[in-house]
Structures are given as C-alpha cells and as structure tokens.
Ligand binder design. Structure first.
Ligand SMILES: [Zn+2]
Ligand SMILES: [Zn+2]
Length: 181
C-alpha cells in the first residue's frame, strides 16, 4: 500500500491521500505536505505536525545561513572596493542582522561618511534633511527640510541623533546641487 495513504502519526488508513494540509480523522493530528531543504521538491510527502515543525525549523536555519552568506559577501565586496561608506553600510547590515548593540554606533559612522562624501565637491549647494514621516519623533521631524553645510551637518545631522526619542526614526541628509537652485 502506498504510504501516502497512511497517517504518518497513527499509521491508520486515510481513505484518500491528502493533497494539502488537513487533519487525520482518526488521531486528529494536523497533516502537512512538505519536503526538507536539500531534498528535491518531488520528495514532498505527508508528515505529521511534529515532523512538520522540524522541517520548518530546517528551512528557517537554511534561510538564516543564506542571509549570513549574503551579508558576508556584501562586506567582502565593500572591503575590496575600498569604499569606506560601503564598508560602513555592510557593517550596519551585519550588526542589524545579529541585533548587535553596536548598531547605532555603526549607523552613525555610516551617516558621518555619507555626509563627508559631499565635502570635497563644489557642486553641492547645501545638504537638506529628509525623513520618513510620520514615524519620526518630534526631534527628528523638526530637522526635516532644514539646510546645512557639510560642517554643520557633521555636528547636527549624524543620524540616528543622540537623544532621538524613537529607535524607529529614519532620517538622512541629501545634497542639493548648485545647478538645482
Ligand atoms: Zn492519524
Ligand atoms: Zn528621532
């Protein structure tokens, strides 16, 4: 007998091999159609709730590993490019991924380097603060639309700001070029 017609839990006969998530009419366990990472999708089979949870965990671990490989590659590329802001950005991504307590510090480093990128160009008229409202706190919101030169921006616009009232504020400076004004 095809094992797909047996409940993987109680081993009793299911009249019809399930094609999607269902419940065993005998033992009441939830039944899923799943396959493990590394297996061919054609290996999909009927599993009980316990094995389904294990398989889900495997998939989760797999995507964690994928994500870590992607972050490492991003950092490696940035280091090879010798671009300080790209290196800082890659470090921010890694710190965020591992929920490091260095995140804020690294974000500020990236913010500082972004501002400094405009210091040696005569094309930039000024830097203007932008933010993703309405999530921003009052303190960050108060800066939106204000204009700074590079030097003052390095004092006042290194985000996230010291004393920012939310950890969700997302603000940055963008250049306004001479020819745009
Ligand atoms: Zn059953
Ligand atoms: Zn804020």
């Amino acid at each position: 007998m095809d094992s797909s017609t047996l409940c993987p839990c109680c081993k009793r006969i299911l009249k019809k091999a399930p094609q999607k998530k269902t419940k065993c009419p005998h033992c009441g366990d939830s039944l899923y159609i799943k396959y493990r990472p590394g297996e061919d999708a054609s290996k999909k089979r009927l599993v009980g709730s316990k094995e389904a949870a294990e398989i889900e965990q495997d998939w989760h671990r797999m995507s964690e590993i994928d994500q870590q490989i992607r972050l490492e590659r991003q950092l490696k590329d940035a280091v090879e490019s010798r671009h300080p802001r790209m290196i800082a950005l890659a470090k921010v991504a890694i710190a965020r991924h591992f929920k490091s307590d260095q995140v804020t510090e690294l974000e500020r480093e990236h913010s500082r380097l972004s501002i400094e990128e405009y210091s040696d160009t005569s094309f930039v008229a000024y830097l203007e603060v932008n933010a993703k409202e309405p999530r921003c706190c009052a303190m960050c919101k108060a800066l939106v639309g204000r204009r700074f030169n590079v030097e003052t921006a390095l004092n006042e616009c290194v985000f996230p700001l010291e004393g920012c009232l939310s950890d969700r504020c997302f603000a940055w400076v963008s250049p306004v070029f001479q020819h745009e004004i």
